[in-house]
Design a protein around this ligand. Structure first.
Ligand code: HEC
Ligand code: HEC
Ligand code: HEC
Ligand code: HEC
Length: 139
């Protein structure tokens, strides 16, 4: 039964493609604590480091979306830059069913390995002298 439901949802969302992003504010409607915590990090305010819209080569790490190959939906390292594009998995009943949420694009960050790989997709070449800690608080 559950498998059939998942397949149904997958079929319904497969064509959504680029429009699959819901935005950090939408996630924050149900996750107020994470939204507030995230807003206090440089991930949320990276737009301030640029005058105007950054070139797409920079948006690959300084934005949420599909840059540099496709459009960036927000100049911030938003919820979905780490958790995955969320339109399909963010309805309440789906969020309460972790296997279904994962099947619909929620990233599995539960292991140190997965978490580190995520961070390193942007943080591999740090410009700062202090060591980078993948377990650092992000919200
Ligand atoms: C309609 C309310 C709602 C929205 C919108 C929503 N969530 Fe959730 N989310 C939940 C609920 C409910 C849970 C399950 C909490 C629990 O079981 O303790 C959850 C769980 C999670 C979890 C933990 C999953 C796990 O088991 O490890 C993450 C991560 C998450 N949400 C991220 C997001 C992100 C990112 C967005 C935006 C794309 C989002 N949520 C949008 C309600 C929502
Ligand atoms: C989509 C790319 C991306 C991902 C994924 C990402 N970051 Fe970042 N991170 C950035 C960018 C870009 C900045 C710089 C923001 C600024 O200052 O404008 C940053 C800044 C930071 C900072 C503050 C700068 C510093 O060196 O003190 C910390 C801490 C941080 N990230 C932790 C993490 C952790 C932990 C993870 C993984 C759980 C992670 N980031 C995943 C892009 C990313
Ligand atoms: C591969 C991912 C990546 C790309 C591409 C990238 N950045 Fe960054 N940038 C980061 C990360 C991660 C940080 C966080 C600080 C650090 O670890 O160096 C950062 C930090 C910064 C900062 C803040 C530095 C500080 O000391 O406060 C500026 C400004 C910046 N980047 C500008 C740019 C510009 C301009 C481009 C495009 C030419 C660009 N970045 C492309 C990952 C990237
Ligand atoms: C830099 C990456 C990053 C960003 C940005 C980010 N998260 Fe997370 N989030 C994580 C990681 C890593 C975990 C821990 C996953 C685990 O241990 O299972 C997590 C865990 C969560 C959880 C599970 C409960 C908890 O607090 O551990 C929720 C809910 C959540 N995030 C929601 C959000 C929302 C909402 C946003 C945006 C406002 C957001 N996240 C932004 C990386 C991120």
């Amino acid at each position: 039964m559950r498998t059939a439901l998942v397949l149904l949802f997958l079929a319904a969302t497969a064509s959504a493609g680029r429009l699959d992003w819901t935005g950090s504010a939408a996630c924050g409607q149900c996750h107020a604590a994470q939204l507030a915590g995230w807003q206090a990090t440089p991930h949320a305010t990276t737009r301030d480091r640029f005058s105007g819209r950054p070139p797409s080569v920079c948006l690959g790490c300084h934005a949420t979306g599909e840059a540099p190959a496709g459009p960036a939906v927000a100049v911030e390292v938003g919820c979905e830059a780490c958790h995955g594009a969320g339109t399909a998995y963010s309805p309440d009943d789906i969020m309460r069913d972790r296997p279904v949420a994962l099947a619909l694009g929620l990233a599995d960050l539960s292991t140190p390995k997965a978490r580190t790989a995520l961070c390193m997709s942007c943080h591999a070449r740090t410009t700062r002298e202090r060591p980078f800690d993948p377990m650092a608080k992000v919200h």
